[in-house]
Design a protein around this ligand. Structure first.
Ligand SMILES: NC(=O)c1ccc[n+]([C@@H]2O[C@H](COP(=O)([O-])OP(=O)(O)OC[C@H]3O[C@@H](n4cnc5c(N)ncnc54)[C@H](OP(=O)(O)O)[C@@H]3O)[C@@H](O)[C@H]2O)c1
Length: 321
């Protein structure tokens, strides 16, 4: 099939494009800058230059490509460092998820695209608290911390816009927190922060996260082309929900650091903000049962434990060298 990947050069695009090419698809990948066109060519795809917030440019990329399928992987998170001002850090990504989704969907409809697959997130977006692992049927957080509101609204907008369409048929993939090549998680910078004990365990770390290796996220996306059901949302997460009280100390051990500093929730609220305290203490993980069943997909890295260990051992070897 002919596939347009909007946002082909990010953490997920760099895994997805080669997997699509290997599966026999013809791929056109977008980037904003001509400088990254070569990178797209090296992955076996054809580059198209377009900013997702420039309606005529994104329309031209879609119309010229005439794809059967559009996969939207556009986010603008590469330069994000300060998550204390979360909505501010996500402002352009939120525009991509609202205005950008509208531009891309309109172009896809005009070009006669059959299927539209969009990136969403599985994690802090779900309702907080409770014992259960969240499924796609559970509601998103109806009362998120103030600092997350605009970002959650943008995610909700994208999910509604994509899944309510018949033409093209839409599918949403809620990826868990990425780790693996080209992600911030377990990057040299993050490992350095953990080694310096600058990533504290707040309020007992009762929050539960869902991780996903980017290779597995890409494989699930390839599976969604063939087997995803129109109008559906899928959690693309690994098999093992990760308590913050477990994954953070485990990561510290893996990279040879002392255990993380423990900070009470009230102090965390002061220096990090209510939303980051909530992410460490209240959020809930997602279940991948629906994706396993309907997409016939299995993560090759079923647990973050082994996945983290694999990456950390490589980083530790490099550190020692
Ligand atoms: N589920 C998750 O945990 C999740 C999801 C997404 C990202 N992240 C994390 O966020 C960090 C950065 O992500 P990333 O490496 O994917 O980079 P990114 O800056 O978020 O870029 C992703 C893709 O979107 C494109 N893009 C950005 N702004 C655009 C715009 N205005 N118009 C059109 N395309 C645009 C980029 O293309 P060009 O720059 O080539 O134009 C790139 O191909 C990483 O640590 C990653 O792991 C995590």
């Amino acid at each position: 099939m002919r596939i347009l990947v909007a946002g082909a050069t990010g953490a997920i695009g760099l895994e997805l494009v080669p997997q699509l090419v290997a599966a026999g698809h013809t791929v056109v990948g977008t980037t904003r800058t001509a400088a990254k066109a070569e990178l797209i060519k090296r992955m076996g795809a054809e580059p198209a230059i377009a900013d997702g917030l420039d309606a005529p440019a994104i329309r031209a990329a879609v119309i010229d490509t005439k794809p059967d399928i559009v996969i939207d992987q556009m986010t603008d998170l590469a330069d994000v460092t300060d998550l204390r001002h979360f909505d501010r850090a996500f402002a352009t990504t939120n525009r991509l998820r609202t205005q950008g989704t509208d531009f891309l969907l309109a172009a896809a409809r005009e070009a006669g695209v059959k299927r539209f697959i969009a990136q969403s997130f599985c994690g802090w977006t779900s309702g907080r608290g409770g014992e259960s692992i969240k499924t796609e049927a559970d509601a998103l957080d109806s009362d998120p911390p103030e600092e997350l509101r605009r970002t959650l609204d943008a995610i909700q907008y994208l999910e509604d816009a994509v899944t309510s369409l018949a033409n093209p048929e839409g599918i949403v993939l809620r990826y868990g927190s990425f780790y693996g090549p080209n992600t911030g998680m377990l990057s040299p910078a993050m490992i350095d922060q953990v080694r310096r004990r600058r990533v504290p365990l707040i309020g007992g770390g009762g929050g539960q996260w869902s991780f996903i290796h980017v290779e597995d996220a890409a494989a699930a996306t390839v599976a969604a082309i063939e087997r995803g059901k129109p109008g559906e949302i899928y959690n693309i997460v690994d098999d093992e929900p990760a308590d913050v009280s477990e994954w953070l100390p485990t990561l510290a051990t893996l990279v040879g650091a002392r255990p993380p500093i423990r900070v009470p929730a009230w102090l965390g609220r002061l220096f990090a903000g209510e939303h980051l305290v909530s992410m460490m203490t209240e959020v809930r993980a997602g279940s991948n049962a629906k994706a396993r069943q309907e997409l016939d997909w299995r993560p090759a890295h079923p647990s973050w434990r082994e996945g983290f260990a694999e990456i950390a051992s490589r980083a530790t070897t490099q550190h020692a060298a």
